[in-house]
Structures are given as C-alpha cells and as structure tokens.
Design a protein around this ligand. Structure first.
Ligand code: TRH
Length: 378
C-alpha cells in the first residue's frame, strides 16, 4: 500500500517553539508511522538554529527524510494532485488560498486538521476533535489539541525516547563527553547542574543572587541568546558561548545553542531544568528530572491561569508551586527561601516523574493519536 502523504504548514510567529514542534512531529510521523511528510516553513533561519543541516537558500530540500519547502508566499495555483492525504495547519496559520481551493477539488478530500497549542486547562477536552465546516467549500477542518488527559490528543513523545534516555544516563562517559564538548569542565560538572531556558523577562538576577549566596555549588548552563541581559550582567561580559564566571557558590556558563536533537541530552545531564513555551516544557517532563516552566506571557495574565491549571494537574507540592508562580510573576517571593524549599523536594519530584509520564502516556502519544484520528476520518 502506498504510504500516506501529509503537508504540515508552520508559520514561525515568535521564537522557535512552532518549528520545534512541527519538526519533531514531522520526524516522528515519518519514522514511526511511515507517512511521507512535507513540511512548509516560512522561516528557515529559525529552523536552522534547531537543525543546522537546513540550507537557507533551498526552496525545496530533504532534511532527515523530510521534504522541507520554504513557504515564502500565499500566492500560487495548486492542482488537486498537489494536495496531500492529510493537511495540518499548525496553530491556525493561514494556508495558501490556492492550496485550499485545490483541497476542495481533490476527488478524495484530504483530512484537514488545525493542530493547537498545549494547555492543561479543562476546556481543551471539550474542543479537541471538534469539526468546523468551511464557509464556502465542501471541506471540514478538525481541531486537534495536545493535552494531558484521555480526552485530548496527548503529548509528543518518540517511541524510543525512554530507552535512549536510560542508555545515556547509565553511561557516565557519554554524559561527561557530552558536557565537555559543550565546554563544561569537570569541576563545573561535579556541582548541581541547572540548564536555563526562559523568556527575557524571567527574574534571573534574583535567582542568581540566591544561588551565589547559597550553600550548594550550582553550575548554571545557559544556551546562547537566553536571558542575555541578566546573564551578561552576572558575567560582566557579553553572553557568548564559552563565557563563564564563578561568584560565591554559583558558576554561570554560556553554551552554544544546541541542535534540537541534542537538547534532550542537556536536560538529561542536568539536575534541574528551566524550560519555557511548549516543546522544551514537554521534553523536561520526559527527562525524569525536576523542572521549572516559564510560560509564554499573554494579555490580561491569561498565562497565569494556564500555569495554575498545570500546577494543579502536576501536583508536585507547595515548594514547586510557589517557586513556579514566583518565576512567572504570579506572586511575590523571596528567592533564597524559595530555592531552599525547592532544592529540598527535588529528589522527591524526580522520583515521581515516571508515574507522571506513565499517566500521560496511558492515553498514547500525540503522533499516534493523530494518525488514528486521521484514519477514523478517512
Ligand atoms: O521557543 P519557545 O519560546 O516557543 C514558544 C512556544 O511554542 C509557545 O507555545 C509559542 O506560543 C511561542 O513560542 C510563540 O519555546 P519552546 O516551545 O520550548 O521551543 C523551543 C525549541 O528550541 C524546542 O524545540 C527546544 C529547542 N532548543 C534547542 O534545540 N536547543 C537549545 O539550546 C534550546 C535552549 C532549545
């Protein structure tokens, strides 16, 4: 039987998360489900930061088995045979009108999905898989929501991820090779290791001061471009890869921005991971370590509601909740106290992580749920 084809449309609105999620999903659909994926992406430069093989000049290229098409215009005529069996628009991006017209002319209509962003809020369950008829054309689009319960589409998680993680963490030489390739010294690696990924407005300065004055040696690893202002102010020099400084109990080191395929290893190598947005947040949940989420800020503090919905579901206790709320500006707090409390429950949080993973994966992973949903509509 010929494999199914799928067009995934991704507009990089802000940051890397959109292409990060679409790239991960494309690879998983192709590798684990045998689907021929064509990824349409408007911003090859952002894509290249996650995936260095991307050629910025190519209109069409094959990267890791995925056809990548530079989506530079909304113009253009399309024939019904140009349309894939499954069409996914990420985060309600507008796909070219000519392409939609061709979808309506295709003898077997494609399955059309809008893949939404992740939220732990309850309303997601009521919206997942809802149909929406096109106002003029004989086409129906379905909403597909990732999520944490069996009434949602689940979370992205590759089949071999847990085996790869276990193999990596049980091989100390692999961990030390990985860290030393990023410039981390043995002494830095012996301290509590924290990776830091957050938006520029995170209260990094206050936390750095608490770490500096704390009892525990902390090595904070920050990929280039993250919280640059606060990081360079601590360093007293520009936050470029290789820059580092120790003060009191804290060492901060700037890393190169690691390719997406290595980002998991960074999370697995650290004792605590600060993550943000969507994709790194989900990866931190698979990493089996404590993590703190910096949520993308929205008008009217809508993000605080979303954060609280997650904290309620995750139920990791008061120290975790208070630290998370403060990190996201939802409440005020004192960093030395918050840090001491969080550090004391980190082992317990890590120990419970596999229970949490199991709970989410009982519902299947997002790519598998998505293919099943598409099959049910064909
Ligand atoms: O880049 P983000 O802030 O993306 C966000 C979210 O997608 C959010 O939902 C969206 O509304 C907003 O953008 C506009 O954070 P996120 O989702 O974690 O994506 C970052 C990607 O970068 C992720 O795939 C991990 C990857 N990454 C690396 O590959 N290497 C690195 O060194 C780092 C720090 C991240």
């Amino acid at each position: 039987m010929p494999s199914l084809s799928l067009d995934l449309f991704c507009k990089v609105v802000d940051n890397f998360g959109d292409i990060g999620i679409c790239w991960r999903l494309s690879r998983q659909l192709q590798r684990e489900h045998g689907i021929a994926v064509r990824l349409w992406v408007d911003d090859l430069r952002s894509f290249q930061r996650l995936c260095p093989q991307v050629d910025l000049q190519a209109e069409l290229q094959v990267v890791d088995g995925i056809a990548v098409r530079h989506w530079s215009t909304q113009e253009g005529e399309f024939a019904p045979e140009d349309v894939a069996d499954i069409v996914i628009e990420f985060f309600a991006c507008d796909i070219p009108p000519g392409y939609i017209a061709a979808m309506a002319q295709r003898p077997e209509r494609p399955v059309w999905l809008n893949l939404e962003g992740l939220s732990a809020e309850e309303w997601v369950e009521g919206c997942h898989s809802l149909p929406s008829k096109h106002p003029r054309l004989p086409l129906t689009k379905y909403f597909f929501f990732p999520g944490f319960t069996e009434k949602t589409g689940g979370l992205l998680c590759e089949k071999d991820l847990e085996d790869e993680r276990r193999a990596y963490i049980s091989d100390p030489a692999a961990v030390s090779d990985f860290l030393s390739a990023l410039g981390v010294t043995e002494a830095e690696a012996a301290a509590m290791k924290v990776s830091l990924f957050c938006y520029p407005y995170a209260p990094v300065g206050g936390l750095f001061a608490a770490w500096r004055d704390g009892e525990q040696q902390v090595t904070c690893l920050v990929p280039e471009g993250v919280a640059s202002e606060a990081v360079s102010s601590f360093l007293g020099q520009p936050a470029v890869p290789g820059a580092m400084r120790s003060d009191g109990a804290l060492t901060v080191r700037v890393l190169p921005f690691v390719p997406q395929q290595d980002y998991d290893k960074l999370l697995w190598s650290c004792d605590l991971n600060f993550v943000r947005g969507e994709d790194s947040w989900v990866r931190a949940q698979w990493a089996g370590k404590s993590f703190i989420w910096h949520i993308y800020a929205q008008d009217e503090n809508l993000h605080h509601k979303k954060l609280r919905a997650f904290l309620q579901r995750y139920a990791a206790g008061r120290a975790f909740d208070e630290f998370s709320l403060c990190w996201n500006g939802a409440v005020e707090g004192d960093w030395p106290t918050l840090w001491k409390a969080l550090a004391s429950v980190m082992p317990e949080i890590s120990a419970k992580s596999s229970e949490w993973q199991q709970k989410i994966l009982d519902n299947g992973d997002l790519a598998t749920n998505l293919t099943k949903f598409c099959a049910s509509l064909r």
